[in-house]
Design a protein around this ligand. Structure first.
Ligand code: SAJ
Length: 400
C-alpha cells in the first residue's frame, strides 16, 4: 500500500511522517524543490517539536520519500493551504491544482481525501471535477473529507490521539477513509457526510474565536471599570456551567483568525456573531497598541524623558517559537514604527530575528521603564512583580 500526501507543510509533513513511522510506505509531494530536498535529507523546514526525529527515522528506514512529482498510489491526501483571495474569500485554487495533479494517476479502488480547511461543498466540487475528467472512475473510487484538528506545538501527540470526523461522499467512501485513518489514529473516528465534516472544521475554530472574543470584550470593559479581568474570569469560572477563555493581545496563528471568514464569506447574512467576534479579536490588538502609545506619552509627560519600553513575547501564543500571524509581533511593529522611542524586544523561544534585535528577558525586565507583556510565556511567570515599573499585562502573566 502506498499513501501519497500532496502538500508537505504544517499538517501534511507531520501526518506523512507519522504514517511512515507505522511502517507504511509514504510518498510526499510538494511544489517547492527546497522542501523536497530538505525532507529527503531527513530534515524539516517547519517548526514543530519532535518532528525532525520522526522524519529522519522514516526517511532513513525508506518508508518516506519526497518529490515534486506525484506517483501512482492507493490513498491520495490533499493537504495544501486554502488562503484568502480578495477580502476574506477562501481560495480553493491550491486544492484544485493538487487535485488536477493527481487526477491522471487515479485508478479504480483508490481513496482521495481532502484535509485542507475548505468551504462547505468543496469535496463535492472536487468530485465533480474528477468525474468530469475521468468519467470511467464514477463509483469506482472513494472520496472523503477529513479535517485535521491538531494544536501547533503538540502535533505529534494530537495526530494520533485526537478523535477525527470523516465525511465521505457516500457511506462506502466514509468507511474506506476510516480504514486509512485507523492505521495511525488511536482516537475515535466519527463518520458523516462531506459537507458536515467541512462545516465541522469551520465550526470548531469559529467557536473558539467567538469564545476568545467574549474574553477580549470583557477585558475592554474591565479596563474601563477598573476591574482585574483575570481575577474576574477565574471567579466567574467557579460557576459550574461557566467556562470563559483567557483574554490576550488578540488572536493569531493560521487557523482561528482565518477559518471563521470562510463561513462569513459564504453565509454573510447568517454569520453575524462570527463576524463580530472576528472584529472584536482584531480590534483587541489595535487597542493594545493604542494603550501602549498612551502609556508611553504619560510617562514622558511625567518624567520629562522618553521611556525605555520592553515588548515581552512575539510568538502567536505562549511557549512556542512560531511568529506567524502573531498579534504580539503586529503590536510591537505598529508601536515601534510610529514612535521615536527606545525599545527592547524579547522572545525567549527564538535566538535571533531578521527584523528585531532580541534582548534577554530578565535583562529587559530590569532595564525597561515600561514592561508590555504580549505573550504569557512560562519564563515571564518566574519574574517578580515590581511596583517601580509601569506594567501593561495584556497576556495575564501576573494574573493577580
Ligand atoms: N488565545 C487567546 N485566549 C485563549 C486561547 C487562545 O487569546 O484563551 C489566542 C492564542 O494566544 C492565539 C490564538 O488564540 O493567538 C489561537 O491559539 P489556539 O491555541 O486557540 O489555537 P491554534 O491556532 O494554535 O490551533 C487551533 C486549534 N483549534 C481549536 O482549538 C478549536 C487546533 O485544534 C486546530 O487544529 C488549529 O487551530 C487548526 O489548524 O485549525
Amino acid at each position: 500500500m502506498l499513501i501519497q500526501f500532496i502538500g508537505l507543510g504544517y499538517i501534511g509533513l507531520p501526518t506523512a511522517a507519522v504514517v511512515a513511522q507505522k511502517g507504511i510506505s509514504v510518498h510526499g509531494v510538494d511544489i517547492n524543490p527546497h522542501v523536497v530536498e530538505t525532507i529527503n535529507q531527513g530534515k524539516i523546514h517547519i517548526i514543530e517539536p519532535g518532528l525532525e526525529a520522526v522524519v529522519k527515522e522514516s526517511v532513513a528506514n525508506g518508508f518516506f520519500t519526497a518529490s515534486t512529482i506525484p506517483e501512482l498510489a492507493d490513498v491520495h491526501l490533499i493537504v495544501v493551504p486554502t488562503p484568502f483571495k480578495g477580502v476574506y474569500e477562501p481560495d480553493i485554487s491550491f486544492v484544485e491544482a493538487a487535485t488536477r495533479n493527481v487526477l491522471p494517476l487515479l485508478k479504480e479502488g483508490d481513496t482521495y481525501i481532502i484535509e485542507s480547511t475548505s468551504p462547505v461543498g468543496t469535496t463535492e466540487k472536487m468530485a465533480a471535477l474528477i468525474f468530469r475528467e475521468r468519467p470511467e472512475l464514477e463509483n469506482k473510487i472513494f472520496i472523503a473529507y477529513c479535517p485535521e484538528r491538531v494544536l501547533p506545538g503538540n502535533v505529534l501527540h494530537e495526530l494520533i490521539q485526537n478523535d477525527r470526523v470523516i465525511g465521505g461522499l457516500n457511506e462506502a467512501s466514509t468507511e474506506k477513509a476510516k480504514e486509512f485513518y485507523s492505521t495511525f489514529v488511536e482516537g475515535k473516528l466519527y463518520g458523516t457526510n462531506s459537507r458536515t465534516a467541512e462545516m465541522c472544521k469551520l465550526t470548531e475554530n469559529s467557536s473558539r474565536d467567538v469564545q476568545i472574543a467574549f474574553a477580549n470584550e470583557l477585558s475592554l470593559i474591565c479596563d474601563k471599570a477598573g476591574i482585574n479581568v483575570w481575577e474576574l474570569v477565574a471567579l466567574a469560572n467557579k460557576h459550574p456551567r461557566v467556562n470563559i477563555l483567557q483574554p490576550g493581545a488578540g488572536v493569531g496563528g493560521h487557523c482561528i483568525a482565518v477559518d471563521p471568514w470562510f463561513l462569513v464569506s459564504d453565509y454573510p447574512r447568517e454569520s453575524k456573531l462570527i463576524t463580530t467576534a472576528r472584529e472584536v479579536n482584531n480590534y483587541k490588538s489595535f487597542w493594545c497598541a493604542e494603550k501602549i502609545r498612551n502609556v508611553m506619552l504619560e510617562f514622558e509627560l511625567k518624567h520629562g524623558r522618553k521611556p525605555l519600553t520592553a515588548f515581552m513575547g512575539l510568538a502567536f501564543k505562549p511557549n512556542i517559537d512560531d511568529l506567524r500571524e502573531s498579534p504580539a509581533k503586529y503590536i510591537a511593529q505598529k508601536v515601534m514604527q510610529s514612535e521615536q522611542n527606545n525599545f527592547l524586544v524579547v522572545e525567549p523561544n527564538i535566538k535571533e530575528h531578521s527584523v528585531f534585535k532580541l534582548s534577554d528577558y530578565q535583562d529587559a525586565y530590569n532595564r525597561a521603564d515600561i514592561i508590555v507583556f504580549l505573550v504569557s510565556h512560562d519564563e515571564f511567570k518566574t519574574l517578580q512583580y515590581r511596583d517601580d515599573k509601569v506594567i501593561l499585562d495584556f497576556a495575564g502573566v501576573f494574573k493577580k
